[in-house]
Design a protein around this ligand. Structure first.
Ligand SMILES: CC(C)(COP(=O)(O)OP(=O)(O)OC[C@H]1O[C@@H](n2cnc3c(N)ncnc32)[C@H](O)[C@@H]1OP(=O)(O)O)[C@@H](O)C(=O)NCCC(=O)NCCS
Length: 194
């Protein structure tokens, strides 16, 4: 059945772009490289990242995780960047559940323990969202965090992602169902970086 609503973006709009390197107020967001495997492993070995991202990773899985990002880019379903500070990988940021025809995606991020508290995540998220609107052409980027994770709420607020409400019992964690806070930034919202 033909839709009466035009797609926000046509298929092919993302795959035709090269994944960019983005500069984020002193940080660099760049495509993952095979040599980043130890940083990915360290991330998924951290108890806080395991708690909120609900997964662990073997060495082989970390290799595959890195290797799959270009496929996701080509399939126009997701995009992942290593967040780099002074040549060191300090975190990850990604767009998942990407839907070009609806012009929407969900952002996800983590920062390695030693780099926390320096606004790495808000800087990366602000820059990624601005690119997603201005260059890719998305309309809405949303993010979800457990209501028990106030640090992530602060990241969303600092990056200009408006709090929209709470989805009750929406996500299963190792300790059971969590209520999830929804935040989003629209292409028409102000850029917090000015
Ligand atoms: C949440 C997270 C991404 C924040 O990244 P960040 O780059 O440290 O972000 P910020 O520096 O802006 O700090 C955000 C909040 O983290 C808390 N924080 C500050 N220093 C911290 C530290 N050393 N260790 C842990 N949390 C710290 C503070 O509450 C801060 O908010 P405030 O400055 O208003 O008090 C990071 O703590 C992390 O990766 N946590 C584990 C995984 C996770 O929660 N991912 C998000 C799932 S939705």
């Amino acid at each position: 059945m033909p839709s009466l609503v035009e797609p926000v973006l046509s298929a092919g709009n993302m795959a035709m772009l090269k994944q960019p390197l983005l500069r984020a107020d002193g940080l660099v967001l760049r495509p993952w490289e095979p040599s980043d495997r130890p940083a990915v492993l360290a991330g998924y070995a951290d108890p806080a990242i395991q708690r909120w991202h609900c997964r662990t990773m073997t060495d082989a899985e970390a290799r595959d995780w890195i290797a799959h990002w270009p496929d996701r880019w080509q399939a126009e379903t997701g995009a992942g960047w290593a967040v780099v500070d002074s040549s060191e990988v300090v975190g990850q940021i990604s767009l998942r559940r990407l839907d070009l025809s609806e012009g929407q995606a969900e952002a996800a991020y983590w920062v390695l323990p030693a780099a926390r508290g320096r606004r790495v995540a808000p800087r990366a998220l602000t820059t990624l969202a601005t690119w997603a609107f201005a260059t890719l052409g998305l309309h809405r980027v949303e993010l979800y965090h457990s209501t028990s994770n106030p640090a992530s709420c602060r990241v969303a607020q600092r990056a200009g992602f408006t709090a929209e409400g709470t989805k009750r019992g929406e996500a299963r964690h190792t300790d059971g169902w969590h209520d999830m806070h929804v935040h989003a930034r629209l292409d028409s919202d102000p850029d917090p970086a000015g």
